[in-house]
Design a protein around this ligand. Structure first.
Ligand code: ASP
Length: 450
């Protein structure tokens, strides 16, 4: 039985674990509601489930900084020349920009069509949220420490004053990314000058990346148990109940996310990446399911890399460059959600002019770039969008009650977009990279000799 379970492909294991976890959680919640069991039993189960899930999340998070550092450095040094790096960067950032803008445009279109805020009064909503005891959810307050209040803050968060201090927090990943890319570029430069140190460092980071990926494989195999834990807790704590008056708003976010995930991104993948979207989605399934249950792109990063490498067979030199970047910078789901949420709030207060809606487009983009890949980060970053169009920043409280579910959905879209981006860049930049069989080690001496 056990060995048959272990032989089951990972995405099936996760799916079964999700279904069992949710069934157990919801079952206990219903029994407690019916009075068959004591409420404390359901609460205890929710508590245990949450701890198991958190332990898994901690294991994943533990890998994030060393994985991002080694992955980006080895990604940069693995590209044989500047031409390759330039072409990869142009495609990567081009895709991130276009896909995020398309996501925001979809969000704005949907929210203007559905108009979930019509007929709702801001003051009543706000009073209800406060009366309901809505407060920043766990994690959001912490994310707020790294939150930003202006565009400059987003930029400043990229350049660390102290890289060791930045590495000590998964919320300052943007700074680690910036340092890692610089490190990679300068290792390459030293290597190119014929200095042995460059070659040693390049080999060191490539070796570190290999070891980190081996560790990742092990942690990833634990995904079904961690995810089941989260779902037991979600079901047993009645977390699935939704606030009635926010239904139309949730529908608008969900519809926008679905359009972006099943129409826009697959089209881009098919046309630019020449890949079957269905096959790609199947290959990415374990990462997408993890993103859904953890609501964290950063925590999912190890799985995203693993799935791209082993299941989708995307050139690992490309994914090790694009994925750590994408997990923090490319958040289509978050960008779309920012736009919908801000316009929803605006609708309950009056409306926004066309010019203000254009400001929302750019601020939503900035907020999605600046948001860390952790739960509720997007909600905290929404403050900069609200400020830019003169809406009250405490309006965030109105939508908090339903934020967790939406966070799970938008994080899944964030990871799906990263994975489509990696496949597209791998296809488009293939011409400027040597054939995959040729390793960095092979390429390095040629460079040094040149
Ligand atoms: N939780 C999202 C992520 O990790 C960020 C957000 O809150 O929108 O990708």
């Amino acid at each position: 039985m056990w060995s048959r379970w272990r032989r089951l492909p990972l995405h099936w294991q996760i799916l079964v674990a999700m279904a069992l976890g949710l069934a157990l959680g919801v079952g206990l919640d219903q029994l407690a509601k019916a009075g068959t069991i004591d409420r404390s039993v359901a609460e205890r189960a929710a508590g245990i489930g949450q701890q198991v899930g958190k332990l898994f999340l901690a294991l994943l998070s533990m890998l994030v900084v060393p994985l991002i550092l080694s992955s980006l450095v080895s990604g940069v040094v693995g590209v044989p020349d500047l031409r390759g790096l330039r072409s990869m960067s142009i495609w990567t950032f081009g895709f991130y920009l276009i896909s995020s803008l398309l996501a925001i445009a979809t969000g704005i279109l949907v929210v203007n069509l559905i108009r979930p805020g019509d007929g709702l009064d801001y003051a009543t909503l706000h009073a209800a949220a406060v009366g309901h005891g809505s407060a920043m959810p766990e994690g959001a307050a912490a994310a707020g420490q790294a939150g930003a209040s202006s565009l400059w803050d987003v930029l400043f968060r990229m350049v660390p004053e102290n890289v060791i201090a930045a590495s000590s927090s998964n919320r300052l990943i943007l700074a680690v990314i910036f340092f890692a890319i610089m490190l990679g570029v300068f290792i390459k430069k030293v290597e190119r000058d014929g200095n042995e140190s460059g070659r040693i460092m390049a080999r060191f980071f490539t070796a570190l990346f290999d070891v980190m990926m081996a560790m990742t494989s092990w942690v990833v195999s634990l995904a079904p148990y961690g995810i089941a834990g989260f779902l037991v807790s979600l079901g047993a704590s009645g977390g699935l109940a939704i606030a009635g008056h926010l239904g139309a708003y949730m529908l608008a976010v969900a519809l926008g996310l679905v359009i972006h995930a099943v129409v826009t991104l697959p089209l881009l993948l098919w046309v630019l990446g020449r890949r079957s979207p269905l096959a790609h989605a199947k290959a990415m399934a374990p990462a997408l399911m993890t993103a859904f249950s953890t609501a964290s792109s950063n925590a999912t990063l190890p799985l995203t890399l693993r799935c791209l490498d082993e299941r989708a067979r995307v050139d690992s030199r490309v994914s090790s460059f694009t994925i750590p970047l994408g997990a923090t910078v490319n958040m289509d789901g978050t960008a779309l959600y920012e736009a919908v949420a801000v316009l929803f709030i605006a609708q309950t207060l009056g409306d926004l002019s066309l010019t203000q809606q254009i400001v929302v487009v750019f601020m939503a983009l900035a907020a999605s770039v600046g948001a860390a890949g952790i739960p509720h980060a997007g909600t905290v970053m929404m403050v900069i969008v609200l400020q830019a169009v003169g809406l009250p920043t405490e309006a965030v409280i109105v939508i908090l009650a339903v934020d967790r579910v939406l966070d799970m959905a938008r994080t899944t879209v964030n990871v799906w977009s990263d994975s489509c981006g990696a496949a597209i860049v791998a296809r488009r930049a293939a011409g400027s990279l040597p054939p995959p069989g040729e390793t960095e080690a092979d390429a390095a001496p040629a460079l040094a000799d040149a």
